[in-house]
Ligand binder design. Structure first.
Ligand SMILES: NC(=O)c1ccc[n+]([C@@H]2O[C@H](COP(=O)([O-])OP(=O)(O)OC[C@H]3O[C@@H](n4cnc5c(N)ncnc54)[C@H](O)[C@@H]3O)[C@@H](O)[C@H]2O)c1
Length: 353
């Protein structure tokens, strides 16, 4: 009998409707003896009652702070700023291992409380491949928003929708001008999603991956009308776009969607902007004449919360079923300790490590 107690927390970001665990997969965990507490959450796409019907306990939003010490807190995105000391093991996307803004503060909170960040981005198999990721729908949406912006049909604020609604907006209509699109990172999850998003919009995108960027042909890049960047950078490479490229007289490029959003990191391949864009204001104009528009939203799959949650949850479930024995979680733990060391953060007590 497993002693695992998972605590699915409410997401603090009001636009975050996704969940890493959908009710049907929650039921599978409960059936295997996992204690599962689900916080109530006004915006989660699946209501708490569906989890209750699957055998989960429910708790008020944000009550993980007083969860039993051994409970493992499961979420997706950022934690609230308080408490300052984090005492639990937390599974979520911490965005803290590439020296992103706020990384040191977040890891410092874990070190101070003796908790551990098990970062979902670093839940990998023996070959280092990600085991659960939202990439496909992120790429699909990245391409979709870029197409809508390029065709003058993107309206703000963005709101979550169903795939049928999105596809209806994407399909070309009479009078739409043809344009060219480039997807970089085309062989990855997001890249494949982006290519399908473009195809739905009637555009066959040029697919570039590692082989095509090794000796980067910037004029060819700038000759496309629309660019979606979907690379997963692990070592620094020369940027795909620099400030001077935006002023290149040969630039056809008008619309960029950065799905990767490594802004502020030394791995950023698009260092031509310094902050993300948001659902309320999804597009930033980087150049006036000729125009160049940027979309850099870091929670794209939230726009299709049902599809992206189900996809992610089905990949995470087998890993959660092996939480106590699984090598991937051990690697996550090691990666956390390594990140603390790299930032010179001295951990207090390791409860598990
Ligand atoms: N904006 C969002 O909401 C959102 C959501 C999910 C994922 N992401 C991000 O999207 C990125 C891609 O995720 P993924 O799951 O598709 O990763 P992935 O590993 O499946 O694919 C990445 C691809 O990029 C390629 N690549 C790496 N370096 C490259 C280079 N220098 N030139 C060309 N190609 C290169 C790889 O070969 C691979 O095919 C990640 O940074 C991830 O964090 C963003």
């Amino acid at each position: 009998m497993t002693e695992l107690h998972l605590w699915l927390r409410h997401e603090v970001r009001s636009t975050e409707r996704r969940t890493p665990l959908v009710p049907s997969d929650a039921r599978r965990l409960v059936e295997r003896g996992v204690t599962l507490t689900v916080e109530e959450s006004p915006q989660r796409i699946f209501p708490a009652e569906e989890y209750e019907a699957a055998g989960c306990r429910t708790a008020p939003a944000g009550s993980w702070v007083s969860a039993p010490e051994r409970a493992v807190v499961l979420g997706l995105k950022e934690l609230p700023d308080q408490p300052g000391e984090l005492t639990h093991d937390h599974i979520f996307f911490g965005h803290a291992y590439k020296r992103q803004p706020g990384a040191e503060a977040l890891l410092g909170r874990f070190a101070a409380g003796g908790g551990t960040l098990l970062d979902l981005e670093y839940l990998v198999d023996d070959d280092g491949r990600r085991l659960a990721a939202f990439g496909f729908w992120a790429g699909y949406l990245g391409a979709a928003l870029a197409v809508l912006q390029h065709r003058g049909r993107l309206t703000a604020p963005l709101t979550p929708l169903s795939k049928d609604e999105l596809d209806a907006l994407l399909r070309p209509v009479a009078g739409d001008e043809e344009f060219t699109a480039l997807v970089i990172g085309a062989l990855g999850r997001s890249g494949r999603g982006a290519r399908l998003g473009f195809l739905t919009a009637g555009v066959e995108a040029t697919p570039w991956d590692l082989a095509e960027t090794r000796a980067l042909d910037r004029p060819a890049l700038l000759a496309h009308d629309v660019l979606v960047n979907a690379v997963l950078a692990t070592t620094p490479v020369p940027p795909f776009l620099r400030e001077e490229d935006l002023d290149d007289p040969g630039r056809r490029l008008r619309t960029v969607c950065d799905v990767t959003v490594d802004v502020g990191s030394s791995l950023n391949v698009l260092p031509v902007y310094d902050r993300t864009t948001e659902w309320t204001d999804p597009v930033r104009r980087l150049r006036k004449e000729p125009p160049l528009d940027l979309i850099a939203i870091d929670n794209l799959p939230s726009l299709l919360p049902r599809e992206s949650s189900a996809d992610f949850s089905s990949a995470l479930l087998p890993q959660l079923l092996q939480f106590e024995t699984g090598g991937p979680w051990g690697r996550c733990r090691d990666r956390f300790h390594q990140a603390c060391r790299e930032l010179g953060i001295v951990e207090g007590e390791f409860r598990n490590g």
